[in-house]
Design a protein around this ligand. Sequence first.
Ligand SMILES: [Fe+2]
Ligand SMILES: [Fe+2]
Length: 440
Amino acid sequence: MATETDSHYLTRVAELGDRREVVSTCAIHGENDIKLVEKGTRIDSTLLEKLLRHKLLRPIDECVSVEGAVTTSDLAGLLEQCLEANAALAAVKNAFGSSHALGGLAARAALETPLAFKLTLARELNPAHFEHAIETALVAAALARASGMPDDDVVAALEAGYFHDIGELHLDPAVLGLTRSLTEAERRHICSHPVIAHLVLREFPRYRAAVGTAVLQHHERLDGSGYPKGLRGDRISPLGHVLMVSEVAATLLRRGEGDPRAHIRMVLGLNRRKFSAELLAIATRWLGGEIGPDTVGSAEPQDVAALEGAFARISAILGDWKEIHGDRAATGAPSDAFAELVDGRVAALSHALVQTGFDWRVPEQFMSSLGSGPEARYEMAVLARETQWQLREILLEARRSRDGIPCTSPGIRAAVSGWIEKACASMAAAQAVAPAPAAD
Ligand SMILES: [Fe+2]
Ligand SMILES: [Fe+2]
């Protein structure tokens, strides 16, 4: 990757140079050793075209410095500020005992100059990305500590949290900013960010291999539905498990509307089969506070008719699935690997829904409780939105994997494909109730 023309990243570096002083600390050479920039030159957008014309011999991060770069003590200060400022993080404090203990661990985290440059770039150009990195690091370190990991691993959890999304800095901002469903090429582009970050970290021996591995795995899921490799639980590293839960919890903390605790409780509850049960239990206890009048007070009023419509739609889709796949395994009827994959996903979601109190087989019963006050309606709106998001993910995964799995039963395959298309059409009508995706 180091010698590729890294156009999106170079464009961001030039943009940073337009805002802050970025200077070359050595001569910058292109392929064939052509000198492109002298040492001591200010790097900004006036040089971009020249830099983009060549593949650089070394990554640009190794050849530049930036005024006011992020330091280890900046990061330690931000972790502490984050603990103090975010009410939802109050319980996380207990994991450290004192802010002094957190500061001591944060001081031990390594911050190689090129990585400090990347974090500075994130802080200046995309503050939400930077804050998400700090929050992920904080939750990851707390979870590592609470699950009994030694201090070295807690420090590694901090490092993994800081750097887990640095790969995004190398991606096309136009694709990152898309809110519509992604094409397969766009999805592959986004899914490359853990791999890019892993390759970057591998260049720095000060970071233990466990840090890079956790970063590579931060979007994997226990049931194999994650990316980039679709690893199952036993192939995910201990620190990978910690980072997966922390990243989702930190993403939910930033969810715009209402009290994030309600979202965290519901989303983590619905994702039981995707994350370590032990870590999920700790995160839910810490971050998923009870829903009370204060929570609802800050949220949008919920439209009962829209909620009823959403639950009816979910029930119909799950009911259709049961009808076409039903008790195939129990009756010993022939199946198809693709149908089994979809069945595994749908069964996990159905089970999680029943555990949250929504028995989709008798939606009328559930809907009758919609009138039971604003707290109940608020919680149901969160449940409806998250469930629709998860259904969409299942449908997209099914569409993607359909052609790659050999067909052993054309009849079943056709029925499953019919279910997918009918459900997709139904979900398209659900946009008004589920405008935003859940955890990234
Ligand atoms: Fe992230
Ligand atoms: Fe990520």
